[in-house]
Design a protein around this ligand. Structure first.
Ligand code: ADP
Length: 328
């Protein structure tokens, strides 16, 4: 159990390219809510829970209705925070004013808050094993934060409010979802994930073994099962998209995006001598295959030197940062 103080009449909104994330305090929230965080246990501050909700950005009205009927009517929120953008009619529709917080600042504040305050937040994922990591508060910085949202930001964090965006890539969660929808005719992210779960990437990816007659290329340290070329088998004469199963396409796509991010993250960690890399953003969704691919990429390229770590509240980093930076 742990303790921090918060404002009851307070909520934060993070309006992203794909998803809106909402963090709010509920004095009578129960533990039925996925990932909710206990507030005020064992100390004198108000008790309750930090609750989380997400909505598709294109369905902002669902989010505003949720705020109106589930939060405002109960708690009398007057002064929310958010990384909200001008084009969203939040003020007109809800009749409340949002303080605007900087997006990147909120992201970093959210991660620092989680790592310092919430137990069992960070974990590694290797060989199918999730292992929680106890982070020493005095030895937290520097670290690399890789936020995989629609796009990907890589931020070197040196302390509270001390950070620099050092890199990024446009091949992110939006690419996975966008290309996935086009290639598989899936309608949603969940459907695409479910498909990728059933697929086999070796059907479409060209492996080292496919090039070297089923054997390793041991001289340069490549095993026969390493991917030589993502989607490389699709160059075979006469093959059309319809000749492949959508689940195999989804699997290759997920592997390609995750692998690429893992590799770019590692290269940036190497650039600045960072040993710890935290991965966040809604793309990960706690999915084992994604975390495994990223972890293996970081482990492989760093020869075990750098560690990929994941966060339980991965998707709500910016919203949490906006929530916790609230000042009267
Ligand atoms: P942003 O702030 O850019 O919207 P997020 O961290 O919210 O970024 O991540 C958005 C990405 O998360 C999407 O591009 C998609 O890959 C993935 N995602 C996870 N769950 C969903 C969902 N239910 N609907 C749409 N995308 C989702």
């Amino acid at each position: 159990d742990y303790c921090f103080s918060t404002q009851i009449s307070h909520l934060a909104l993070d309006i992203g390219g794909t998803l809106i994330k909402l963090v709010y305090f509920s004095p009578n929230g129960d533990n039925s809510q996925d990932g909710s965080i206990v507030v005020g246990n064992g100390c004198s501050v108000v008790k309750g829970r930090l609750c989380f909700a997400k909505f598709e950005t294109r369905k902002i009205d669902d989010c505003l209705d949720f705020i109106r009927f589930n939060i405002l009517q109960h708690s009398g929120v007057q002064h929310p925070n958010g990384t909200t953008r001008d084009k969203f009619p939040v003020k007109e529709k809800l009749g409340i004013v949002f303080d605007k917080e900087d997006e990147m600042h909120s992201l970093v504040s959210g991660v620092n808050f989680l790592l310092k305050t919430v137990p069992r937040e960070a974990f590694t994922y290797l060989d199918g094993q999730k292992e929680f990591v106890q982070i020493d508060h005095n030895d937290l910085y520097p670290y690399l934060l890789v936020n995989i949202g629609s796009g990907v930001s890589m931020i070197k964090v040196d302390g509270d409010g001390k950070y620099e965006r050092i890199s990024g890539t446009s091949l992110g969660g939006g690419t996975f979802l966008g290309l996935g929808k086009l290639l598989t005719k899936c309608k949603s992210f969940d459907e695409l994930l479910e498909l990728s779960h059933q697929g086999n990437n070796r059907v479409i990816d060209m492996l080292v073994g496919d090039i070297y007659g089923g054997t390793d290329y041991s001289k340069i340290g490549l095993s026969s099962t390493a991917i030589a070329s993502s989607f490389g088998k699709a160059i075979s004469d006469g093959k059309e998209l319809e000749d492949y199963q959508p689940e195999d396409v989804a699997r290759s796509l997920l592997r390609m995006i995750s692998n690429n991010i893992g590799q770019i993250a590692y290269l940036n960690a190497l650039r600045f001598g960072l040993k710890r890399i935290f991965f966040g953003g809604f793309f990960i969704r706690g999915l084992e295959y994604t975390m495994d691919t990223i972890s293996v990429a970081v482990h492989f390229w760093s020869r075990g030197e750098a560690k990929a770590m994941f966060l339980r509240h991965e998707g709500f980093l910016g919203a949490l940062g906006a929530f916790t930076s609230y000042k009267d």
